[in-house]
Write a protein that binds this ligand. Structure first.
Ligand SMILES: Cc1cc2nc3c(=O)[nH]c(=O)nc-3n(C[C@H](O)[C@H](O)[C@H](O)COP(=O)(O)OP(=O)(O)OC[C@H]3O[C@@H](n4cnc5c(N)ncnc54)[C@H](O)[C@@H]3O)c2cc1C
Length: 542
């Protein structure tokens, strides 16, 4: 496989000129590391970037034979985790006495923002290095368990969605994995070995995220200018504009960054990407961009309630933490609908899927799968899965014409291994222990048939994520989306809700266009309105 190391090596490991190093000297401090001394240890926190002035730094990581990188004078050691002060994913060690210029995360962000060209080269290198770690499966936690185990799939999905490298040891082909699992009851599988050395037994996503430093404790005394709930395209766009315009901002998401867009196999109608782009790639760029502007990320962190205070609002999180902000932007989007079948939840995440990422595509390789839905997301997923699967049954209650774009209908028609069945409904799922064995469906003539398969995909729409707003006093429309019409305390703030200082953007907003571009547009728009609200607040005499 061609890797990013082969194709973009020079961009991944730039060598700075003397004048660029002189510029960086304004931001960093010089430090001497003795031969063998560590600049960075996986799982620990520390400085963000080390520019080598003399000597050498060797980077190694779990899961990689030999050095991952060797940095000589003019090069720099660093990875995107450190931009936001998260733990190192790899070890970096001095070879010979080594003099470096050290930049902490705040200083590194200053370079990225204030030194456009140099900043661009550094940012690109940081992103490519993360891509390299993901490609090689180097660094991050080690998941020990069989490939089809529900917990393994759940945790791998969580780490992949968050763009976090990890490795897996399978007892099928790894003796050390068999030894580790010996005597551990199966309901405690998988084991997860964190870079800190902690071992977790079948952890929740939240436990894993805390153990690997993805999410940190929130300071309850800090008053942010704005808290953005939801890290889909709308929330991330708001974060980029808020951060770049100097507001102190924090983004919370209960799952991962990217929202529904992050689950899209290929977005082909987003402006500026004529060949299309995977939702995950687009969202990862936005996520990194927001962090470049100093926006804090609290992912996964679920907001359960919001309350009004004298100086702003308090968000109450599922882990009992609280967060205070002058204003709130709600960008919680929508959640996928499921089918009303009794035993369906038992297959969620293992055999029933609501998105089609490379992980699911691999699971379905050379198999027959069924996909329910008639919208664009269903069409995209069917085409994507068909590249790997033996056959994709596309099941819809009505014809596709009313709900799917013409280009997708044409593409499906041209794909020999996709069979479209309209007026068809799933009637039963068969299987046990989370593993689907067969799906039954009834076609337009009332004929029921049974089809053996391991994986079923549901793309049947979404409901707004507004349950958590029950006691907030926010006005919702009859379908549960947040209303922003007619309430604005100031006509210049059309995205404000009936509660001044709380804004709603993206799919969660009543009347919004359910598209990535629309969500991003509202994210940009809301920040101007936020400035207007904050300015008005400051103008109010105490
Ligand atoms: C498979 C698929 C393919 C698609 N393809 C396209 C396409 O090709 N082109 C296009 O334009 N659009 C496409 N869409 C639609 C597009 O993705 C959405 O319109 C867009 O993502 C909406 O963005 P959003 O930020 O408003 O909400 P979302 O993307 O839904 O993000 C909301 C976020 O809020 C988080 N959240 C919810 N509740 C809470 C809570 N209580 N606390 C903390 N966080 C919370 C969620 O975890 C989620 O990450 C697709 C959608 C899907 C599902």
């Amino acid at each position: 496989m061609v890797s990013v190391r082969d194709t973009r090596h020079a961009q991944m490991f730039p060598v700075f000129t003397a004048s660029e190093i002189a510029t960086l000297e304004r931001f960093g401090e010089e430090r001497l590391y003795r031969d063998g001394e560590y600049l960075a240890r996986a799982g620990e926190k520390g400085d963000a970037a080390f520019v080598i002035k003399s000597g050498r730094v060797v980077v190694t990581g779990q899961g990689h034979e030999g050095p991952i990188a060797i940095h000589d004078p003019g090069s720099f050691s660093g990875e995107i985790s450190q931009l936001s002060g998260r733990p190192f994913l790899v070890d970096a060690q001095a070879e010979g006495d080594t003099k470096v210029l050290v930049l902490n995360s705040e200083r590194l962000r200053h370079v990225l923002v204030s030194e456009a060209e140099l900043g661009e080269r550094i940012m690109r290198a940081l992103i490519l290095r993360r891509v390299g770690l993901l490609e090689d499966g180097v660094g991050g936690p080690v998941i020990v368990g069989p490939a089809e185990n529900g917990g393994v799939l759940r945790l791998q999905g969580f780490l992949s969605r968050n763009g976090h490298p990890h490795q897996r040891l399978d007892p099928e082909n790894d003796a050390s994995a068999r030894t580790m699992l010996e005597g551990v009851p199966e309901d405690e599988w998988p084991l997860v070995i964190c870079p800190s050395g902690d071992i977790l037994h079948n952890p929740s996503e939240d436990q894993l995220a805390r153990c690997i430093g993805l999410v940190r404790a929130i300071d309850p005394n800090r008053l942010y200018d704005v808290a953005i709930v939801g890290a889909g395209p709308a929330g991330l766009a708001a974060a980029v504009y808020a951060g770049s315009e100097g507001l102190s901002a924090i983004v919370l998401d209960c799952r991962s960054f990217g929202g529904q867009a992050g689950a899209s196999a290929r977005i082909e109608n987003y402006l500026g990407f004529p060949t299309g782009i995977s939702g995950m790639a687009l969202m990862a760029r936005a996520f990194n961009q927001a962090q470049k502007f100093g926006v804090e990320m609290a992912i996964p962190d679920e907001v359960q309630r919001l309350s009004r205070e004298e100086d702003g609002f308090t968000l109450h999180l599922a882990n009992d933490e609280i967060l205070r902000a002058r204003a709130i932007i709600i960008a919680t989007g929508a959640r996928y609908r499921s089918l009303g079948l009794n035993n369906l939840s038992g297959f969620d995440g293992t055999s029933v899927h609501y998105w089609a990422s490379p992980l699911e595509a691999k699971l379905c390789s050379a198999q027959e799968v069924a996909l329910v839905g008639a919208g664009n997301s269903a069409g995209q997923a069917a085409v994507y899965l068909a590249a790997n699967a033996k056959k994709v049954w596309l099941l819809a209650r009505r014809g596709l014409e009313a709900t799917m774009s013409r280009y997708l209908i044409d593409r499906i028609a041209a794909q020999p291994n996709i069979e479209v069945l309209t007026k068809t409904e799933i009637t039963a799922l068969e299987g046990e222990n989370g593993i689907l064995q067969a799906v039954r469906w009834r076609d337009g003539d009332g004929e029921e048939s049974r089809h053996e398969m391991r994986h079923l995909f549901l793309f049947i729409g979404a409901d707004p994520n507004t349950d958590w707003l029950g006691a907030s006093g926010l006005k919702l429309c009859e379908k549960g989306f947040i209303a922003t019409d007619d309430f604005a305390s100031d006509a210049a703030r059309p995205l404000e809700t009936n509660i001044p200082g709380i804004f709603a953007i993206g799919d969660v907003r009543s009347g919004s266009v359910k598209r990535v571009a629309a969500a991003v547009g509202e994210g940009a728009q809301v920040v101007a309105q936020l400035h207007s609200y904050l300015a008005a607040q400051q103008a109010v005499p105490a």
